[in-house]
Design a protein around this ligand. Structure first.
Ligand code: ATP
Ligand code: MG
Length: 365
């Protein structure tokens, strides 16, 4: 019996091409006896719609619910622009997030030395950057009720969104951030706007309490979210882990991504609550980039974000920290040697294919 189960959902566009490189790595790990992964595969997004008329079938949802972790490629593309809203490709990912209860979104922003010149900031500001944004993913203004546009008697319209957080929602995301900080630089910055928002006041109070009572060994700093955005472009290396709500996290993680100069190289993880019996969290790992329909099928997509997402799975779902570190180091090494796919190449670089990049990383691994 395999000890660890992984559901692979390659999805659409370049998804299958980049997932193929992860499959090779899994085969290598299992082959060397370093892991005992059992993988299963399913359809999501447009490919699921074509096969079943749904963005993900019930059978594949059931597989996702029982797997230790889900690896997700990317969904969507012009082919499915006209499909009904409920079954549009993105609905597959939203369903997975909701049914797996994935409330914590982890977005690392790592600047590989070999690519530091691709950042819009100066090399010394970003070189060696390694920060982690922890975004609350299932609450806040994205989901709070009321959420509506109402026509008033005078013909004007009024739009309402509700920023809503409860103590327990803030506690659980704070614990994720503090736990992660413990395994890294032991620093958490909590970003909110307590100066203008009640939810910011509560966020600040709850994070402070959890920090004091449960994580005295982790340094906690509070920062207003707007100032945090400014600090991220001024001197990002001051941060280790940043924890914030759904909306601020959406913005701050995109800011952090651009610091690295390579949006197409970034992985992400989304985690659920620990299971009461086993302590294991539901989890989904995916590249930050999309399905890149413009280059799909050409064999030139960069597989690094997908491979780095698998490295996050090794770390956060399976506790295989050494292997995860080794895989990250292999990525840094091939970049150091000058290997470039088209998206990260400059004029004069010799470009490699998806398969060549994957093979080079396995070679280093
Ligand atoms: P989504 O809405 O799903 O985020 P998008 O169309 O906004 O998708 P991407 O699919 O990420 O964005 O593509 C944006 C651009 O980046 C495209 O030109 C695409 O070819 C390129 N790109 C994205 N990911 C990669 C990758 N892994 N390798 C090479 N190029 C990529
Ligand atoms: Mg898009």
């Amino acid at each position: 019996m395999a000890t660890n189960t992984l559901l692979l959902l390659p999805g659409d566009g370049i998804g299958p091409e980049i997932m193929a490189e992860v499959k090779e790595i899994i085969a290598l790990l299992n082959g060397r006896g370093l892991t005992d992964f059992a993988t299963d595969e399913g359809l999501v997004g447009g490919s699921a719609y074509d096969a079943h008329g749904a963005a993900i079938s019930e059978a594949d949802m059931a597989k996702a619910l029982s797997a230790d972790a889900v690896l997700f490629g990317a969904v969507g593309g012009p082919k499915w622009d006209g499909v009904p809203y409920d079954v549009r490709p993105e609905a597959g990912l939203l369903r997975l997030r909701k049914d797996l209860g994935l409330f914590a979104n982890l977005r690392p922003a790592i600047c590989y030395p070999a690519l530091a010149d691709a950042s819009s900031l100066k090399r010394e500001v970003v070189e060696g950057l390694d920060i982690l944004i922890v975004r609350e993913l299932t609450g806040g203004v994205y989901f709070g009720e009321p959420k509506e546009i109402v026509t008033l008697e005078n013909g004007q319209k009024r739009a309402v969104d509700t920023q809503l957080y409860t103590t327990s929602e803030i506690e659980r995301i704070a614990r994720v951030a503090f736990d992660l900080a413990r395994a890294r630089g032991r620093k958490v910055a909590s970003a909110e706007k307590r100066n203008v928002m009640k939810s910011g006041v509560l966020w600040n109070q709850v994070v402070t309490k959890i920090g004091k009572e449960e994580y005295a060994d982790v340094a906690l700093e509070h920062v207003l979210a707007d100032n945090c955005a400014m600090q991220l472009v001024r001197w990002p290396k001051q941060y280790d882990v940043i924890v914030c709500d759904n909306l601020f996290g959406d913005i701050l993680s995109d800011v952090a991504a651009m610091l690295t100069g390579s949006l197409g190289m970034l992985p992400s993880a989304s985690l659920g609550a620990p299971d009461a019996a086993t302590g294991k969290r539901k989890a989904l790992y995916e590249p930050v980039h999309g399905s890149a329909p413009d280059i799909a099928g050409k064999g030139i997509a960069n597989p690094i974000a997908m491979i780095a997402s698998f490295a996050m799975a090794l770390r956060y779902s399976f506790g295989l920290i050494d292997l995860s570190d080794k895989l990250d180091a292999a990525i840094a090494a091939v970049l150091g040697k000058g290997l470039r796919t088209r998206d990260i190449g400059k004029d004069g670089d010799t470009l490699v294919s998806t398969k060549e990049m994957g093979a080079a990383i396995r070679e280093e691994f």
